[in-house]
Write a protein that binds this ligand. Structure first.
Ligand SMILES: O=C(CO)[C@@H](O)[C@H](O)COP(=O)(O)O
Ligand SMILES: [Fe+2]
Length: 228
């Protein structure tokens, strides 16, 4: 087993006028990575920001923090090079948004970024499986993408369990409604990269929430390795 627990706050729920300081604050509170939600108003019914903002955030936080780009956009091919140039580390596109996932995976890799592949709640995990050997991370959405603060969809957990059983070393991310009350379901199913927006960002004590989420996932990983 070569994966570990990693907690990445989604800054979508923070004060958008203060994104730079919010990113710094999250890293100081123990975040392992930063999850940056890009929405184009077309793939999802909401708009956030694009690569110019990512470049500013990179300048603000310095070279260290890992930027996990969640690209909720209709033409993910269009933003690979701009995002790489802006300082993104991982480019996570939606399987539903492309007709040529193989080529896109190649382009992302050639641009020097890691590859993430996301599926919406209505997409089966079997559709993702053919690409699993070529990607760094699979993202199982636990809400319909588009907005922070939605209710966690527990019925997505069989997708996570199946992926973990088939791909024991793959980074598996969950995103949407994940926090202290839902983390155990995610951890038991086998998720190791945890995106948490409102539960972390809106907390009075983000450091404790991040630590709690990491402990839950680390304990599940340890249990899984003892059970093998
Ligand atoms: O991608 C998305 C929503 O589309 C997420 O990253 C959310 O922004 C996470 O926020 P919470 O559901 O944890 O509040
Ligand atoms: Fe996201």
């Amino acid at each position: 087993m070569s994966y570990s627990a990693k907690i990445g706050p989604s800054i979508l729920s923070s004060d958008l006028a203060c994104l730079g300081t919010e990113c710094v604050r999250m890293m100081e509170c123990g975040a392992d990575f930063l999850h940056l939600d890009v929405m184009d108003g077309h793939f999802v019914p909401n708009i956030t920001f694009g690569h110019p903002m990512v470049e500013c955030l990179r300048n603000c936080v310095g070279p260290g923090p890992f930027f996990d780009m969640h690209m909720m956009v209709s033409r993910p091919e269009q933003w690979v090079k701009p995002m790489a140039a802006a300082g993104a580390n991982q480019y996570t596109f939606h399987l539903e948004a492309t007709t040529n996932a193989g080529n896109l995976i190649k382009e992302i890799r050639e641009s020097g970024m890691k590859v993430g592949l996301a599926i919406k709640p209505g997409t089966t995990v079997e559709e993702l499986a053919p690409w699993a050997g070529q990607i760094n991370m699979a993202l199982v959405m636990t809400v319909e993408p588009g907005f922070g603060g939605q209710k966690f969809m527990e019925d997505m957990m069989p997708k996570v369990s199946w992926l973990r059983s088939q791909f024991p070393s793959l980074d598996i991310e969950v995103d949407g409604g994940v926090g202290p009350s839902t983390i155990h379901k995610c951890a038991e199913a086998g998720a190791n990269m945890i995106v948490s927006g409102s539960a972390v960002v809106s907390s009075d004590d983000p450091r404790s929430v991040i630590a709690m989420l990491r402990t839950a996932v680390s304990e599940a990983i340890q249990k899984r390795s003892l059970d093998r």
